[in-house]
Ligand binder design. Sequence first.
Ligand code: MG
Length: 375
Amino acid sequence: MEKKRKISIIGSTGSIGTQALEVIEKIHNKFEIIALAGGKNVELLKTQAEKFKPKYIYASTPINVSGVETLNNLDEIAQNKENDIILVACSGKIGLKPTLKAIENGIDIALANKETLVMAGDIVMKKAKEHGVNIIPVDSEHCAIHQCIKDISQVDKLIITASGGPFLHKTVEEMKNATVTETLKHPRWNMGKKITVDSATLMNKGLEIIEAHHLFGFDYDNIEVVVHPQSIVHSAIEYKDGSIIAQLGLPSMHIPIQYAITYPERFEGIKSHSFSFAEIARLDFEKPDFEKFPTVKLAYHAGKLGGTATACLNAANEEAVFAFLEGKIKLYQIYEITKKIFEKHDIIKVPNIDEIFDIDNETRAKTIEYIKKLI
Ligand code: MG
């Protein structure tokens, strides 16, 4: 990068956002921060703003930092053509509209927000194509695939790895009675709470299949999931001729975050320690147990149905996860509730963005109502 890349981060106080700022600090002479946006963690956002000196900040609660202009909404960031790239690192549906706006303004997107593609993958990818915008995935699996693909037309299959989460080798019974603390103990990755619960039920993998379908334009039948407990192989692709290309590395989000915000260039980054095949010694792989983790099957099913099916799946699952985190339901009920709500959904085949948000709201209300009756 000859001149500094101008970047904004939506969700700078979250898990991905804070790690992105660590990356930017490490290669600080490559970036100029235009805006930082956070939610309710105003104190952290203030500290970040004082340290990184963005031009603008936005928070969902009032904030004031001397020398930094406070914005009124996320759209003001998404519309600002000073940006070369926006890292969408917030979680939840709040990421969707600013991402679309940024795409309309021709700004590249480093995408860490899952809901954007799960809720509105067709709309987002079509818009990105129309506006010639790059969408570079931050999620380790999609980032791995992005790094492996040279000529997408020659690729037959995407192979997405899953760590299997904390219950991989536990019995169904043990999983059913899992506490919130046990569920939040992910063996490999350090992430936010919602995604950690999704990793325990494997719904996270389900959502990633849907994202992969949109990002790379592959049929669901050509997207495979394999359990790989060490999380060293971040994903792989199979070419027509039988060659497999995989991307490997230690499980650290700094690497995919840096890849996404510096693409197509590479720089020396944050390394906790150096990679050694000999030290790792072995890599294990196994078939996912869809009986124990039925969420993956449900996600494939929703993905194949298309339209608003995946938005419904996402909303029902998220509300059930929240209920679990609040101690209202048990872990296995997340799937049961999601399935119940999902099965009653009338799919809109080609929805517009407002219809997607309507379905999201309706599904959440129905899920909350359903959970209330259960407890
Ligand atoms: Mg992932």
